[in-house]
Design a protein around this ligand. Structure first.
Ligand code: CA
Length: 339
């Protein structure tokens, strides 16, 4: 039997007037959602995501978790279609869910966007989720360094979010619960203010999960608190020993979806809007997402697709038409001059 203990805090921060983050910490379902979009859009989107996740109290498979996130995406899209004031709203979502699948107890993770899940074992703290963000893609494609990404003016631009399009690409993992492990879910208001080392230090020195969550949010606010900050700390208190030697990252299965490479956003002034939406041809049939050689396959397809940037073809026909019209005009003038 997996027994969890948890703590959760969400805070507006020191600069913003409203908190657009959403948070859920129930018996077995933990969610952080970071809303974006003007007016009230951001907090509506993150609230919808949290509501949809809260509707299911017992999940029976990782597919069910992914489907719930996709349902939340449709709900955000529907609400934005119905209400002009909410147009363009979106939200990230990272979820950690304890469930029993075929008599095996698992912790399942779903992620869309740049909110994060960290795993802290006795040995180390690692970020399990990938950031679906512009800068993450630029680092992966070798355009900027990880150090440059940390201070990049467009580090807030996400490449995947609920409320952008259907179908939604959801990364998911199945993890083996190990007693003594600690998980941290957070919005970027935490990791943009604190380094991983600072986060790890606070988690290491604060045993109680609620106190740890409070300490993290206080530290993020003390470091500037420029964004809403949301933190959920989940401790695995007890777990059925399923394996004598569990993997270091606890991952027993990964369901990651290949993504489009990072592309410079068309409007550099818009830091909050979801950008570079993944195209539907990136979607892989559910359940067929690879785990083992995902990294190498992804790199290959990324380098190929970076070379053939489809956006050129979307914007170039207009330029070509203009050029063609100019050439025809010049030819006509030359013809007139000759005659
Ligand atoms: Ca944020």
């Amino acid at each position: 039997m997996t027994t969890l203990a948890w703590g959760a805090v969400t805070d507006t921060g020191r600069i913003r007037d409203i908190n657009q983050d959403g948070v859920l910490s129930a018996e077995s379902v933990f969610v952080v959602a970071d809303g974006m979009g003007g007016h009230s859009g951001g907090e509506v989107a993150s609230a919808i995501a949290v509501e949809q996740m809260a509707e299911t109290t017992t999940f029976n498979s990782v597919d069910e978790l992914i489907e719930t996130v996709q349902r939340a995406n449709r709900e955000v899209l529907d609400r934005a279609r119905d209400d002009q004031a909410l147009y363009g709203m979106g939200t990230t979502l990272v979820a950690l869910v304890a469930m029993t699948v075929d008599d095996t107890e698992l912790l399942c993770v779903a992620n869309v966007g740049d909110s994060r899940l960290y795993l802290c074992t006795a040995d180390q703290m690692v970020q399990l989720t990938d950031d679906h963000s512009l800068v993450e893609g630029m680092v992966r494609d070798g355009w900027i360094s990880p150090e440059e990404a940390k201070v990049h003016p467009q580090r807030n631009v996400v490449t995947r979010a609920l409320g952008v399009e259907e179908p939604l690409l959801v990364d998911a993992w199945e993890l083996v619960p190990v007693a003594g492990d600690r998980y941290l879910l957070c919005s970027d208001g935490l990791n943009n203010e604190l380094s991983d080392a600072e986060i790890e230090e606070i988690l290491d020195e604060t045993a109680d999960p609620q106190e740890a969550a409070i300490a993290l949010v206080e530290a993020a606010c003390a470091a500037g608190g420029r964004d809403n900050v949301t933190v959920v700390v989940v401790d695995v208190v007890e777990a059925e020993p399923t394996e004598s030697d569990p993997p270091a990252d606890r991952v027993v299965a990964a369901h990651k979806v290949d993504t489009a490479p990072a592309e410079p956003p068309s409007d550099p002034t818009d830091e909050t809007a979801p950008a570079a939406e993944p195209t539907s041809d990136d979607a892989e049939p559910e359940g067929e997402a690879e785990a083992a050689d995902a990294a190498s396959t992804e790199l290959d397809s990324l380098s190929w697709r970076s070379f053939v940037d489809w956006r050129w073809f979307e914007t170039w026909p207009l330029s070509w038409l203009a050029a063609l019209a100019l050439i025809v005009l010049v030819l006509l003038l030359v013809l007139l001059a000759v005659l």
